[in-house]
Design a protein around this ligand. Sequence first.
Ligand SMILES: Cc1ncc(COP(=O)(O)O)c(C=O)c1O
Length: 420
Amino acid sequence: MNVPLSDASLTEEEKKILLNVFRRKRLALGSFLNKFEEKMKEYFNVDYAVAVNSGTSALHLILRSLGIKENEGMIVTPFTFIASSNVAMFERAHPVFIDIDPENYNIDIEKIELTLNDIDHPLWKRIKGLKDITFFMGVDIFGQPLDWDRFFELNKKYNWKVVEDSCEAIGAKYKDRMVGTLGEAGTFAFYPNKQITTGEGGMIITNNEEIAKLSRSMANQGRGDSYEWLEHVRLGYNYRMDELSAALGYVQMKRLDEILEKRENVAKNYYELFKEEDRVILPHVEEYTTKPSWFVFVVRLSLDWISNFIDIPEYMKSFDLPLYIPDNEREFWKSKVLEIREITYDIIKQLNAVGIQAKNYFSPVHLQKFYRDLYGYEYGDYPVTELISSLTIAIPFYTELDFEKQQYVVENFRNILNNY
Ligand SMILES: Cc1ncc(COP(=O)(O)O)c(C=O)c1O
């Protein structure tokens, strides 16, 4: 049996609407673009929605609209998809990483101040020329909202501009409030592995007129309000969403609630099938997540189980980790993390060998080659992220995943662990 990691949910309605666009031959800047944006405004009860060609473009436009400047800092998690932090670098600003919570994998709010107040944190030698920290990029990782109220309480002191990277969390609610609507502007992404898809695509939602106006203009080559084709009033990009994508998004958006419900059922099935399996730790959903929006299903191997094969110190097993690893312990730390990761990768390989597509989600952003080259990050800079990343496995998860396939995934997963 082959079970892919993800698979888009497409029905006859999607096919019909695409044919409709095809027949009309209005392939860009057509009426579905407007309809899709209107649908978004209505669903999220916001004043503005701007459709663009990717989640990355959406994030970039918000930062530009809010005027992030060279050498300013933007707080962000290193346990995310790389676009969350890259967008600051597009503007020659710097991502300022803060480590994550080992339970929910979102940025650890408590660690924000602890890190910033620690003058010995490696961060300060990594980022040369950092001026003020002016932005906070809040990522709702894997569809799980971060603890926004705790963050906003802290932000009363700092007043960072807040951008929501809800690219993985469309439709999720934090204490009954829609994610994407909590900061100055929020974003969603529609790559085919997402809850809803437009092929490639992204969306900005906001109540801030200026962000909406500037983003719309910059997404369209800096054209002004007149929309004269060859009149450009500012530097812009071609970040426009095409009409086929917009039509697809419009239909998918109408099905969003149904899709989220189906995905919740798939997640529930996994919880049931993995019941009493203590070698695998399942995603932890916080109580404040009053409506989940499942993007991926990421499990992690238990360190207790892994310690049957390699020696693991107690402080690692209990995630009792410092803000950063002291210099004299770094070699040991790195070797342990890599040893653990080897087991995880081996399990992934064995899952793949029986037709189950699985992947390690995410690899720490700060340890990506060009981040290391540019900033000099090393193992030990963000211990929780590094350890969690060495253990996580995204298993097949999509809207139409049937129970039989889920059984196949879990049975094989268990067998692989039994025979390890
Ligand atoms: C957290 C996060 N941010 C940003 C993006 C960027 O979206 P896109 O791939 O559409 O550019 C993604 C997409 O995978 C994501 O998961």
